[in-house]
Design a binder for this molecule. Structure first.
Ligand code: G3P
Length: 216
């Protein structure tokens, strides 16, 4: 499973990229707003840090405006994937511009029927939100499993990107469910390293090594 960082923060992206395990980035209007830099500028900087798919989301809500915004975003860099919400206008925009070679990430997906529409429209990526369904006492991971199955049965090439992942357990469950990509906040990626037995083991190895090789 590919690992994407769900952030527009350059320091977090630099740290993640430095570990050599970040395959791409997802952003959204809320994450861009947090950084306070205009989207085109911030996306350009992100593309310089991570060499992989970079999702940049439109803020337009009607089809005509979305088409114009999608074309502008797609021109920023070859790695841009234009993100649109799973609305009628978002699907119509995806269907139209996918044919021209622009790649789309259809976001805010909360059902299998929505995911089917995105695949039909030729989306490159579908983004079902796990944590936000869990918040409503619906099992988010079941949605990932079901979309993966539907796409497999019908051989849709659309990649399933598990979004709204809130913990390392969400990440490994997404991998087990067959998601092609998981996007996670930096904090969750950082937590994935942690295990007390790893720390204890390193400490013990170093102690034993020092005992044997420190001159008496
Ligand atoms: O990029 C959108 C998504 O991953 C948001 O996550 O935790 O706000 O539901 P969350």
């Amino acid at each position: 499973m590919e690992i994407f960082l769900d952030t527009a923060n350059l320091d977090e992206l630099r740290k993640g990229a430095d570990w050599g395990i970040v395959d791409g980035v997802t952003t959204n209007p809320s994450l861009i707003a947090k950084e306070g830099i205009p989207i085109a500028e911030q996306i350009k900087r992100i593309c310089e840090i991570v060499d992989g798919d970079i999702s940049a989301e439109v803020v337009a809500t009607d089809h005509e405006a979305m088409v114009a915004e999608a074309r502008t975003l797609a021109k920023i860099h070859k790695n841009i994937v234009v993100k649109v919400p799973l609305t009628r206008d978002g699907i119509k925009t995806t269907a139209k511009l996918s044919k021209e070679g622009i790649r789309f990430n259809v976001t805010l997906c909360f059902s299998t029927s929505q995911a089917l529409l995105a695949a039909k429209a030729g989306a490159y990526i579908i983004s079902p939100f796990v944590g936000r369904l869990d918040d409503l006492s619906q099992e988010g991971m079941e949605l990932i499993r079901n979309i993966v199955s539907i796409y497999k049965i019908h051989s849709y090439p659309t990649k399933v990107l598990a979004a709204s992942l809130r913990s390392p357990l969400h990440v490994s469950q997404s991998a087990l469910a067959g998601a092609h990509i998981g996007t996670l906040p930096f904090k969750v990626l950082d937590m994935m390293f942690n295990h007390p037995l790893t720390d204890k083991g390193v400490e013990q190895f170093l102690k034993d090594h020092a005992k044997a090789f420190t001159p008496k």
